[in-house]
Design a binder for this molecule. Structure first.
Ligand SMILES: CC(=O)N[C@H]1[C@@H](OP(=O)(O)OP(=O)(O)OC[C@H]2O[C@@H](n3ccc(=O)[nH]c3=O)[C@H](O)[C@@H]2O)O[C@H](CO)[C@@H](O)[C@@H]1O
Ligand SMILES: C=C(OP(=O)(O)O)C(=O)O
Length: 429
């Protein structure tokens, strides 16, 4: 998918979804694993259950730009990486600025090449998204961080020297911040303690991957992580955990259409508070081993949502639940605590007839309003998935533009939804 190509989804609403959906591997688990695999100076890493999403394609391009050999076998959902040839410390803007996960390549560059040059970091534009916890942590481990201007853009140089362990912290439990500090500590001299570490399941999956590589990490899931530095890490094989946000969106697809779905690979416990809130709205869950059965056949009740770090209500499911709330019988209240720029969705839903009041980081959604199809724009990835959900339940045709964002994080969206009865297609160009 080339930069500049327009991606659109067309959805004709009103169909009840019924059937089986395969939940993809987790975007936010595979991206740090690709970064971690670059720390192995010999051998070939094999990652399985890799989601075939645009962020993974960008990560593969970025690994190749750094000199690694990376082959994505899309049909097999398998990625093979040989990082023995890693040679460039430069994260070039034209690739790195297209996804947030690019910053997860920094620890490998510091350990393998002694420096990282960051021309750009991307990801969804969700308001302020600082990286100070990462930079401060690298500095406390002995790195120097400097910024130079190149035209209008700043280029960040991080020089590692010999990284050494120490006591680090995140002011808030940052997801990628925790992953980057763990990776920086894994090959540093001595022991590192990371306080206020993130608890997300993807962070734990990444710890399991690093442990298999030979890293000495304890305390995952407690908020206090200890890492004893080792001399080297080996290339291993690992199966990426299922994507809880992808699962949450398909739960909501069943909820918004009054449907019934079997979600293969989804785990209710990974949804945290989002699962409880959806139950309160009227969704029924039955975890049947590794398949989550979900159904909604009663009117949707309104809901209060406060986003929080795991196991709180995931900010990445906040936009999707705003779309579902439009169909609930009464006012729903949403308080977004993690990102300050996630309510552009409200303007798009209003184009479809939604009644939403926004006040700073709080929104009131007055349901139930019948939505009608319109041309709407995906301002970010989760705005895109929310608009697909709205389109599934709206009357008439919804066209979602700028849908590259949706493809950043969800694989085969149109195919998977069509297989369970949705009327949806993807167009490029
Ligand atoms: C690739 C990846 O895994 N992306 C996920 C990750 O993003 P990401 O890791 O970028 O999100 P963080 O957990 O770091 O951000 C949480 C909050 O901390 C703030 N902050 C973070 C780092 C920092 O150095 N300084 C700082 O102030 C951010 O501005 C934000 O308000 O977690 C988010 C929150 O669950 C998810 O929405 C993203 O899908
Ligand atoms: C914000 C998101 O991702 P990223 O951090 O990769 O931009 C997201 O997945 O919604």
């Amino acid at each position: 998918m080339n930069a500049g190509q327009e991606v659109r989804y067309r959805v004709r609403g009103g169909r009840r979804l019924d059937g089986t959906v395969f939940i993809q591997g987790a975007k936010n688990a595979v991206l740090p694993m690709i970064g971690a695999s670059l720390m192995a100076s010999e051998g070939r890493t094999v990652l399985r259950n890799v989601p075939i999403i645009e962020d993974v394609r960008r990560a593969v391009e970025l690994a190749q730009a750094l000199g690694a050999k990376a082959e994505l076998h899309e049909a097999e959902r398998t990625l093979v990486i040989d990082a023995s040839t890693l040679s460039s410390p430069v994260l070039p803007a034209e690739i790195a600025a297209r996804f947030r996960g690019s910053f997860l390549f920094v620890p490998a560059l510091l350990h393998r090449l002694g420096e990282a040059v960051i021309e750009g970091v991307g990801g969804c534009n969700l308001g302020s998204r600082n990286l100070d916890f990462h930079y401060n942590g690298f500095k406390r481990m002995g790195a120097t961080v400097t910024e130079q201007m190149a035209g209008d853009d700043g280029v960040i140089h991080i020089k590692a020297g010999d990284l050494r362990g120490g006591t680090l912290y995140c002011d808030t439990p940052s997801h990628t911040g925790t992953e980057n500090l763990i990776m920086a500590a894994a090959l540093a001299h001595g022991t590192t303690l990371i306080k206020n570490a993130a608890l997300e399941p993807e962070v734990l999956d990444n710890i399991a991957f690093l442990q298999a590589m030979g890293a000495k990490i304890s305390g995952g899931g407690t908020g206090f992580i200890t890492v004893e530095g080792v001399d080297g890490l080996r290339a291993v094989e690992h199966t990426v955990m299922p994507d809880r946000i992808d699962a949450g969106v398909f739960v909501m697809a069943a909820a918004i259409t009054g449907g019934e779905l079997n979600l293969v690979g989804a785990a209710l416990e990974h949804l945290g508070v989002a699962g409880d809130k959806l139950e309160q709205m009227g969704v029924e869950f039955h975890q049947q081993g590794a398949v989550l059965h979900v159904r909604r056949d009663r009117p949707l009740r309104p809901i209060n949502v406060i986003t929080d770090e795991y196991p709180g209500f995931a900010t990445d499911l906040q936009s999707p639940i705003m779309a579902v709330s439009c169909f609930a019988d009464g006012p729903s209240y949403i308080y977004e605590r993690i990102f300050d720029g996630r309510f552009k969705l409200a303007d798009e839903l209003r184009k479809m007839g939604a009644d939403i009041e926004v006040n700073g980081n709080r929104a009131k959604v007055l349901g139930a309003t019948p939505l009608r199809g319109a041309e709407v724009e995906a301002h970010d990835l989760r705005c895109g998935s929310a608009l697909v959900l709205a389109g599934l339940a709206a009357e008439g045709e919804t066209t979602i533009t700028s849908a590259y964002y949706l493809d950043r994080g969800h694989a085969h969206t149109a195919e998977r939804l069509s297989q369970v009865g949705a009327d949806i297609e993807r167009e490029v160009g």
